[in-house]
Design a protein around this ligand. Sequence first.
Ligand code: NDP
Ligand code: GDR
Length: 372
Amino acid sequence: MKKALITGITGQDGSYLAEFLLEKGYEVHGIKRRASLFNTQRVDHLYEDPHAPAPRLKLHYGDLTDSSNLIRLIRDIEPDEVYNLGAQSHVAVSFEAPEYTADVDALGTLRLLEAIRFLGLEGKTRFYQASTSELYGQVQEVPQRETTPFHPRSPYAVAKMYAYWIAVNYREAYGIYACNGILFNHESPRRGETFVTRKITRGLANIALGLEPCLYMGNIDALRDWGHAKDYVRMQWMMLQQEAPEDFVIATGKQYSVREFVTWSAAELGLTLEFSGTGVDETATVVSVDGDLAPAVQPGDVILRIDPRYFRPAEVETLLGDPSKAKQKLGWVPEITAQEMCAEMVAEDLKAARRHALLREHGLDLPVSQEG
Ligand code: NDP
Ligand code: GDR
């Protein structure tokens, strides 16, 4: 039985990848962080009682800032594959916590590679690095492919650039089978609530049921190439099954604006919007309401405003990937469109909003947070 170790198993991608590898018959080990509240919601459905005869999912406490912990885990597990998905992954937060982001995202990657080398596992353990389209930042070529020069635009992207190159370096210097997946934005109903797509689907579902009055957004002109996390974790595994390690761009090759994503999400709730004004004065007003999914909304309601607090000190305005290499060499093509993904996300967030509304009806209210 092959063994995989996933850092970031409690995150969006980690949870889908764990499901995928368990289905493939792997023994899956994951690193979770100690927190004062439970933080394993995304993998709880995969949980197996550790007292069961042979559980195939095992979670270990650890942290990418702790070398001795990483060395001990890799020594004990001797994984065939390490998927380094753990990161402080929020671009805007990286401007607030640049040093911590560098420690986890850049040096954390080095610590894992050093552990593999130090333990003499170069010939056994294959390494996947969660690289990112944020490396392209201020884009030098459209669409972006494996050979496009990097110009990172945030402390997150600069840290990920170090991680990218240290993975390449350990491949060249020590022969470690290390691959970078340069993944463009990918989302799902498990996406963190402060990333833009989830903020929109969750916010509009809450507005539909009267739990929030208005969505406050940053730069809705930003253009992204959005795929579904389920499609993207399949590719993370495929990359490590090749004879020789290589880096791949993973994207859909289609680009939409944040404003378009808002329009699709509203349409899923039966709402037609009109955007008016420019810059910080732009708003979205409801023009018509079809069906009964948004009982709390009336035509004329302003449900989106711009709040400059969500602008970033340096913005990545546009990203569009070219996944041709992944298609040609690995036969990978994304199966879920951005619109289908948006519909799935809205449907899930509407269910959550209904649960919340029901609690409120019974006097058991919870606060609704809208940071991000
Ligand atoms: P998430 O933010 O959902 O998950 C990040 C994971 O990393 C969580 O499990 C988190 O733990 C863990 N983590 C954070 N800090 C540490 C630390 N110090 N030590 C150990 N673990 C830590 O990210 P995604 O699942 O969306 O992304 C996975 C990876 O892919 C990340 O590296 C991200 O930067 C990268 N990426 C993501 C893209 C996307 O569009 N989703 C695109 C390109 C790259 P906890 O649950 O406790 O917070
Ligand atoms: P990104 O994702 O920065 O691309 O990083 P995010 O969803 O946070 O932002 C996408 C774009 O939307 C704009 N935007 C807003 N973003 C947020 N979060 N909140 C808002 O209110 C808002 N309004 C507009 C942003 O300015 C940006 O242009 C994600 C992360 O998953 C990274 O870890 C990953 O590496 C990259 O995708 C690829």
